[in-house]
Design a protein around this ligand. Sequence first.
Ligand SMILES: C[S@@+](CC[C@H](N)C(=O)[O-])C[C@H]1O[C@@H](n2cnc3c(N)ncnc32)[C@H](O)[C@@H]1O
Length: 205
Amino acid sequence: MLKDEYFFRSFFYNWIVEPHLRGIKRYIARICNERGVRIVADICCGTGTQCYLLAANDIKCVGIDLSPGMLKIANKKKPNNTWFIRMDSGNLAFKNNKFDAAIISFALHEKSYSVRQKIAKETKRIVKRGGIVLVADYLVEPETGIPDWKTRFVEFMAGQEHFRCFTDFCERGGLAGVANLFGLQGKVLETFRNNSWGLLLLENS
Ligand SMILES: C[S@@+](CC[C@H](N)C(=O)[O-])C[C@H]1O[C@@H](n2cnc3c(N)ncnc32)[C@H](O)[C@@H]1O
């Protein structure tokens, strides 16, 4: 049985973390709407708020997460056009080209490079050609590769292994470096929190 790394955090995630992410999640829902997306995979969906926002826009959403604690919260108010599944994002049990889009928000920075690579490969596989991948995560200063001090502090407090993965994520360019990870063309559509966070749009060509 895998350890639930998010069991403790699942109790306060919606109160403490989620309100800060509302703006970026609303923006993601808007982009999906504008791009005519009908079915989305929310990879590492956490407590499911992004799926709820998509469901309100009449977009089907499959939320994938490993944490039973996070999924229990997600399932509490589950809309009819939304499903939550316990699954490893590095090994997705979906057919190729199933989704119009995939979303990965604030999950890649806390994974090792090899796990990030697996998640990227699987995400690309399940999104159809011409579809999109939206990634929300931390931006770094292009010259120094360093994120802002508040981000560093929060990530430092999350523990040694977490911080090691985060540091590697930043050294590889932060959010901008994710385009290389996927091997796809992309652009940062919008920045948030004084350029600390951004939303990257990748075209699955
Ligand atoms: C920081 S939370 C982000 C949650 C959500 N995407 C958000 O923006 O609020 C990271 C989530 O990734 C999940 N996770 C971590 N590793 C995973 C994996 N290999 N497969 C699926 N989910 C995973 C955790 O359980 C957690 O819910």
